[in-house]
Design a binder for this molecule. Structure first.
Ligand SMILES: Cc1ncc(COP(=O)(O)O)c(C=O)c1O
Length: 316
């Protein structure tokens, strides 16, 4: 007799998410697009906050351009969540085969379900860009569970020189894509993901609490978001510098030994002059490190350096 309940799991597809490993997230995205877009008219709709660096190019836009696809752009709110009304407008104006949602700095985009509904109505595939959110996607929340595929940048989360992963929600999206770095599947298992995630969350919570208590908070800088969602594991802690001292603070703190970044300090030229609020943000954003190597004991020194460089403009 066929069992009603088997002794062990037998269904090959329950919970399955075929994952392919690459040298970078952009390489994986390119492989997906090359095997999915049928013609140059199949556009890719991207968020308008995308950076460009002279050394690295644009990790988000380059794969789109490299397959010869048309890129369109939708607006974001000042906290980098999706402006769903604008997304809807763009989807109804032009035809897109792919929509990219970025979970900036590991924070879960809150309107994923509504976005997926809009995309389904136009037949567009949703890419959840979790380049900053490998651990967020593992937390069991909504990130990584509404897209047709998830994109991960492993070298941004693990101490690797390179590495990317594409995780498909269903096997029917696999049409000849070929991973180039299968050994990374083993390498990521050499790390304790829960310990790393806990350290990142703890660092964010300590740092944000200490920043919020500074007299300069609200006057010289403010938060993009101060609170960490229960399921979020941050890549960095972004703040907005309210003066024009962002680049000086960046340079000064790095010279002091604190690895600040500005993601993104320069936007791709395709969006310049079109999304004023986001362009302004790119001139003021700076991101504190909260990764697993940051020790809570280093936070005092980091904040002292931050305050010194914040204040320098006042003395000149
Ligand atoms: C949001 C986002 N997506 C994708 C990428 C591409 O990642 P990778 O460097 O692994 O190609 C980057 C970084 O460039 C990124 O910041």
């Amino acid at each position: 007799m066929r069992p009603i309940v088997t002794k062990t799991a037998r269904d090959q597809d329950t919970g399955r998410r075929p994952s392919l490993f690459y040298g970078s997230a952009r390489e994986g995205m390119r492989d997906f697009l090359a095997h999915t877009l049928a013609s140059p008219d199949d556009g890719v709709l991207l968020p308008a906050f995308i950076g460009l660096s002279p050394r690295e190019g644009s990790g988000v836009l380059d794969p789109v351009l490299s397959v010869g696809a048309q890129a369109g752009f939708y607006n974001l709110n000042p906290d980098l969540t999706v402006d769903v009304d604008d997304l809807e407008r763009r989807l109804s104006t032009d035809s897109y085969r792919v929509v990219v949602i970025i979970h900036y700095y590991g924070r879960t985009e809150p309107r994923l379900a509504a976005i997926r509904t809009l995309a389904d109505a136009t037949g567009a595939l949703v890419v959840e860009d979790l380049a900053h959110g490998f651990f967020t996607a593992l937390s069991g929340g909504t990130a990584g569970r509404h897209g047709h595929l998830n994109l991960f940048s492993l070298h941004k989360m693990f101490p690797f020189d390179d590495g990317g992963m594409v995780q498909y929600a269903t096997t029917d999206l696999l049409r000849g894509q070929a991973q180039t770095r299968p050994e990374l599947a083993q390498r990521i298992l050499d790390y304790d993901w829960a310990t790393i995630a806990r350290a990142r969350r703890e660092n964010f919570l300590v740092l944000s609490e200490r920043l919020a208590a500074l007299p300069e908070c609200g006057r010289d800088f403010d938060f993009l978001w101060e609170h960490l969602g229960d399921d979020d594991v941050p890549q960095t802690l972004p703040v907005r510098i309210l003066s024009d001292r962002r680049d000086a603070i960046y340079a000064g703190m790095n010279a002091d030994g604190y690895g600040m970044v500005s993601l993104y300090h320069t936007l791709i030229e395709q969006v310049r002059g079109r999304f004023e609020v986001l362009e302004e943000l790119s001139r003021h954003i700076i991101n504190f490190p909260v990764h697993q190597d940051v020790r809570v004991a280093d936070v005092d020194g980091m904040l002292e350096s931050f305050r010194r460089h914040l204040a320098m403009g006042d003395q000149s």
